[in-house]
Design a protein around this ligand. Structure first.
Ligand code: PYC
Length: 315
């Protein structure tokens, strides 16, 4: 028999980067740590990820957020993030979007909220004006000025850092960080990513460095720096990237260029800004990122069994 299924979600964007929070219609992932539930989602229900974020219902830019019961007792909610090609450990713009969405739904009030994620609990503060401050997971740099041979570009030098995802952070390059130049920026950063993989240059435990971040001068006098961030599925982050800004803050602190509590304003490729700072506890760096999200849609995704693209178009 012919049965339609539906998935309900609320869309938002944070500094231009979209998040789709799934509120119902997700598969049952059972209980236990979020990292284990992410593996269950990846192994048994990857079609769900593709259905929610890929075309024809989504796009390469969209980040999905699956609302779950938390495992860590400090947390009131749990979230698993995913995109057009796979899963994210953490997502900064996504967390800001999730908190703004839960406030829109009337589930939370201004104040502090703990969120369980596959890479550990994070704290988010919803401010009375709607802005959200994310206190991210421990962020750190594992290698400084690593050279990689990039075909067509020569030697590119970057730092390797963790901000909830793995980043290769490049200061020295010839690219113009402008919206008109995103094709060239995408080509360059994708070539870096492939060169890192070919050279087996990795994050901890052999993790793939799947985010590439370029820096340049900001266009706003209020900002300290501008970035361009290539995400794992070849889309670029429209926001300044919360985990990428966290990785940057960890590098700045390690270089003695950012003291605890000092504000760093990171501008993204659209000119939107995240405000960041670090806290140091037990010799470890914990970044805070503040941004604003806006709700864009309440949606019901319809899944018809006869639809040849019911599980999305893989990218
Ligand atoms: O804001 O952390 C972030 C993020 C990661 C990928 C896209 N946005």
């Amino acid at each position: 028999m012919y049965t339609r299924q539906c998935i309900q979600a609320i869309d938002s964007h944070t500094a231009g980067e979209p998040t789709r929070l799934v509120t119902s219609g997700a598969p049952d992932l059972g209980s236990g740590p979020l990292a284990a539930r992410l593996e269950r989602l990846r192994t048994h229900f990857d079609h769900f990820r593709s259905t929610v974020v890929n075309e024809p219902r989504g796009s390469d830019v969209l980040v999905g957020a699956l609302l779950c019961e938390p495992d860590d007792s400090r947390c009131s909610i749990g979230v698993i993030y995913f995109n057009n090609v796979g899963y994210l450990g953490m997502c900064g713009h996504g967390t800001i979007g999730v908190i703004a969405t839960l406030a829109y739904m009337g589930f939370i009030q201004p104040g502090e909220h703990w969120i369980d994620t596959p890479v550990g609990p994070v704290e988010a503060t919803l401010h009375p004006n709607g802005a959200v401050t994310l206190k991210n997971v421990r962020s750190y740099r594992t290698a400084v000025r690593v050279p990689v041979q990039v075909p067509g570009y020569g030697t590119v030098i970057g730092d390797i850092a963790w901000g909830g995802n793995w980043f290769f952070l490049v200061e020295d390059h010839q690219e113009q960080l402008s919206l008109q130049n995103t094709d060239s920026l995408t080509h360059f950063t994708w070539a870096i990513r492939q060169a890192l993989e070919s050279a087996k240059i990795c994050g901890d435990d052999g993790s793939v460095i799947d985010h590439i971040e370029l820096f340049g001068a900001p266009s706003s006098p209020q900002a300290d720096s501008r970035n361009f961030v290539l995400c794992p599925g070849k889309a670029y982050d429209r926001s300044p990237c919360g985990t990428g800004t966290s990785a940057k803050l960890a590098c700045l602190h390690a270089d003695g260029k950012l003291q605890p509590g000092q504000i760093w304003r990171q501008e993204g490729i659209l000119g939107s800004i995240f405000e960041g700072s670090v806290e140091v506890r037990d010799n470890s760096v914990y970044p805070s990122i503040t941004g604003i999200a806006h709700i864009t849609a309440e949606i019901k995704l319809i899944l018809e069994p006869s639809d040849p693209f019911v599980s999305g178009i893989p990218t």
